[in-house]
Design a protein around this ligand. Sequence first.
Ligand SMILES: *Cc1c(COP(=O)(O)O)cnc(C)c1O
Length: 432
Amino acid sequence: MKYYSTNKQSPLIDFKAATIQGQAPDKGLYFPEYIPQVSEELIKNIEQYSNEAIAYEVIKPYVGDCIPENDLKKIVEETINFSIPLISINEQIASLELFHGPTLAFKDVGARFMSRCLGYFVKDQNKKVTVLVATSGDTGGAVANGFYDVPGVDVVILYPSGKVSSVQEKQLTTLGKNIHALEVKGSFDDCQQMVKDVFANAADFPHLFLTSANSINVARWLPQQFYYFFAYKQWADKNNPPVITVPSGNFGNICAGILANASGLPVQHFIAACNANDIVPQFLQTGEYKIKNAVATISNAMDVANPSNFVRIMEIIGKDIPSLKEKITAYSISDEATKATLKNVFDQHHYLLDPHGAVGYAALEKYLSTHSSQKGIVVETAHPVKFYDVVEPLIKQKIEIPDSIKQQMESEKKSTVIDNETEQLSAFLNSK
Ligand SMILES: *Cc1c(COP(=O)(O)O)cnc(C)c1O
């Protein structure tokens, strides 16, 4: 399998090179040169397959010869060594809980897969690899955890000061060792732009071997397909595939779902559930892709103005707008509606969503109100405790902090504060 850049101005490369490079030199995103098909047999008998076997079958064609079978099997096993249950909320809606990994959000899967692949690729290199990543909240923690103490790898994380939750901040600032947190006085989009600027000028940092760990990296993006296969495995009514609603920010997760569907996985329809950052819902409505500034919301991991992965979705559907509209419906959900949904679902169904999941749920309810014979899945992307400051006042109860993060919550935050200027990031990198 080779990968091309969506800007078409870079040479084709394999999975190893794409993982190490992150972004293509022409600033495009790497995309597989064809979409492999999973076997019909796997889809038909999916309940008989272990999650590990499914994941291996799905990812194998994308990795090609870059990692030998036994090493890849081990990487896959470590990537998904926690449960991903599908929990029924009511007769029409189930929740796919993606928050049982070490940092309580779905990004653990992509970050663990990528860190282990990169660890494998740099094993016999003499230059240290520096992973540079911007986070709107959950990426940082997942990447920090995934790469913590991996030999030969340094991690630099940029996050918007005051715009991530306290649990998120602890997860990315308390590990130390090879993990460095830069607290940027600006927005997530500023952080992302600074990272992009540095990559565009990587030659300025000859002493570093830079790579990204954002969802634009194929090794983070592609394994997210696993969730959708695991959801289908647990879906009772195989003759009526689910409508799947995905809380979306940078659109990496939903794009992986759409890729899984294009590979042969049955999915009725996708819903891109956005908060007030509504560029994609607006685009589907008006045909105009109008970039605005990011707005801060209570579902902060989705506070993204211009989602990087949208270009990959266009690539999958052949840049055809009618096909896009047939495949996806997008909604923008206000903070008020998000809060009301979170509270209602808790009161009526005794199921506690996090604010991102609540955006997804509200969007799914909207869709089902005009498609009442269908049933759907909410991709629940984070544990509600990560956003306890929003959730607890709504349900008027304390959420128990899982044992797995108790100790981290008591550790001391260590970050370097910088302005939202690329020169300050460059200076930091040059001081390393
Ligand atoms: C990152 C994140 C999202 C958005 O995912 P994208 O792949 O960027 O669309 C949604 N919810 C949570 C909790 C997240 O951490």
